[in-house]
Design a protein around this ligand. Structure first.
Ligand code: NAD
Length: 493
């Protein structure tokens, strides 16, 4: 890619403010140049076919696996998350890459479809062809796992990718593109452009075949508006306000462990993190005891023993502080944690009870290590309250008898029963939400298809006895077709 700008920006360690790296602010012109260079790379990559791409993606997977510790260091430095959490997202991303490479042909390759009686002389096939150059815009909270859910699947489907990482994690984006170039040096099949919102907006207007965006709903709206100019299709993976339901027959210790980890790991900065819990009144007190036991011992910090790192994005602290303060001022109680002092980089694990349902801590994405716990009279009320949100990303149910039933009733794209966020680690499952959480799916066959264009092809196998697609069609043919249709579909019901 040709870079013609002089502008740069720094990525900072959120625990120490040390400079982690200096990166270019890519201009609209740079972005267009990257997309232009990606065009021939996309043709070459598509021409390799499924087997050629799978072989090269496997090579990349090898590089990612061998250098995972090094990548985890960059993630740790730029996000502040504990090393173990960084490794976890890398391991999952590697598994997804392997799955996408292995399954692309099966999902996207040519397949026969039934041609029906009227066109019985045709062999009908469908195949998913690559889109061309795909733009991926990513967030900072899972700077490897999240964009790789689009990048690996788009590459496996035969596309070139131009990736714009978050301005908080440009080093991670750069690392991913460099490691790919090491495995696939021939053409710039995966490029990275760095910068702020303007660079992302330029990518939307650069003529890419699709934008796969992960980030906040507000930015999602801007992306859609920018993409509307050129009718560029978009996939939006936005935020969430996920709920965990605890039924009276649930394993309470397991539910509390899942709630604590789901809410507080990665300092709560997880799109599918647990932000709200609805507990059957019969087990409410007991669940709270388990949960506070689980969460009390968690330690914040940046050293090797800390389980909760700093809040990555400085502005997020204000939102977390506001949500906690709003809840407390309206009658809520903090069983552990509480108000966040000014100037803090860390938020202590916080369990809030008696929180009004219309408070910001219940309605808006908090993105901190906080959780609200609410008593419900039965699980119908739990479902009703859980679904009373504009978001609809993931969900969790702890129950013995009614687990699957409750999972189906949650208005969410993904639900785990008796575990938390497991759906994200299963590459064959689609990932995505409804409502303010976005639309479209990454991961799984659905994720591969997002990055392909369904192409229908018919091949005539023999001359049709009733040829309908000709001016030579006779009234007899019309009458026979009408008769056939009546036979096929004209039965009285
Ligand atoms: P964000 O929306 O602020 O930024 C996301 C990306 O969009 C960044 O790369 C940013 O530079 C870019 N951007 C900003 N303005 C833009 C514009 N006008 N045009 C194009 N690009 C623009 O989000 P964030 O703070 O980085 O990430 C946190 C959010 O992401 C949370 O809401 C979280 O829930 C969500 N998230 C969702 C998923 C999911 O899969 N559904 C996964 C991780 C994070």
């Amino acid at each position: 890619m040709t870079t013609v700008q002089a502008n740069t920006f720094e990525s900072l360690n959120p625990a120490t403010d040390e400079v982690v790296g200096v990166h270019p602010v890519h201009s609209a012109e740079d972005v267009r140049a990257a997309v232009a260079a990606a065009g021939p790379a996309a043709d070459w990559w598509a021409g390799l076919g499924f087997a050629g791409r799978a072989e090269r993606l496997t090579r990349w997977k090898g590089v990612l696996t061998r250098r995972a510790q090094q990548l985890a260091e960059v993630v740790h430095a730029e996000t502040g998350k504990p090393h173990g959490d960084a490794m976890l997202e890398i391991v999952l991303a590697i598994d997804h890459t392997a799955w996408a490479a292995r399954n692309a042909r099966k999902v996207l390759g040519a397949k026969r479809r039934p041609s029906g009686l009227l066109m019985a002389n045709q062999a009908a096939t469908v195949e998913y062809q690559p889109l061309g150059v795909v733009g991926v815009i990513g967030p900072w909270n899972y700077p490897v796992f999240t964009p790789m859910g689009s990048i690996a699947y788009a590459l496996a489907a035969g596309n070139a990718v131009v990736f714009k990482p978050s301005e908080y994690t440009p080093g991670v984006g750069r690392w991913l593109a460099d490691s790919f170039a090491e495995a696939v040096p021939e053409h710039p099949v995966l490029q990275v452009v760095t910068g702020f919102g303007e660079t992302g907006a330029a990518l939307c207007r650069s003529g890419v075949a699709k934008i796969a965006f992960t980030g906040s709903p507000g930015t999602g709206r801007k992306i859609m508006a920018a993409c509307a100019d050129t009718l560029t299709p978009v996939l939006i993976e936005a935020g969430g306000k996920d709920a965990l339901l605890v039924d009276a027959d649930a394993d309470l210790a397991a539910a509390a462990e899942a709630a604590a980890w789901g809410a507080m790991s990665n300092a709560g900065q997880t799109c599918t993190g647990v932000e709200r819990v609805y507990v059957h009144e019969r087990v409410y007190d007991s669940f709270l005891t388990h949960l506070t036991d689980q969460a009390t011992g968690l330690r914040v910090g940046f050293d090797g023993d800390a389980q909760i790192g700093p809040i990555t994005m400085p502005g997020q602290i204000d939102i977390i502080r506001r949500h906690i303060a709003d809840a407390l001022s309206r009658g809520a109680r903090a069983l552990i944690g509480g108000p966040v002092p000014e100037g803090e980089r860390y938020v202590q694990p916080t369990v809030l009870v008696d929180v009004p349902e219309d408070s910001s801590a219940v309605r808006e994405e908090t993105f901190g290590p906080t959780i609200t716990v609410t008593k419900v009279r039965d699980m119908d009320q739990a479902v009703e309250l859980a679904n009373a949100t504009a978001y609809g990303l993931g969900g969790t149910v702890f129950a013995k008898a009614r687990g699957m039933e409750l999972a189906r009733k949650l208005r969410a794209g993904m639900v785990s029963v008796n575990s938390v966020i497991s759906f994200a680690g299963i590459p064959s499952l689609p990932f995505g939400g409804v409502g303010e959480s976005g639309f479209g799916r990454i991961h799984g066959p659905e994720g591969l298809r997002e990055f392909g264009r369904a192409k229908a092809i018919t091949r005539q196998r023999f001359k049709a006895p009733l040829n309908m697609t000709t001016f030579a069609r006779t009234p007899t043919v019309d009458a026979q077709v009408a008769k056939l249709i009546t036979l096929l579909h004209g039965k009285r019901t």
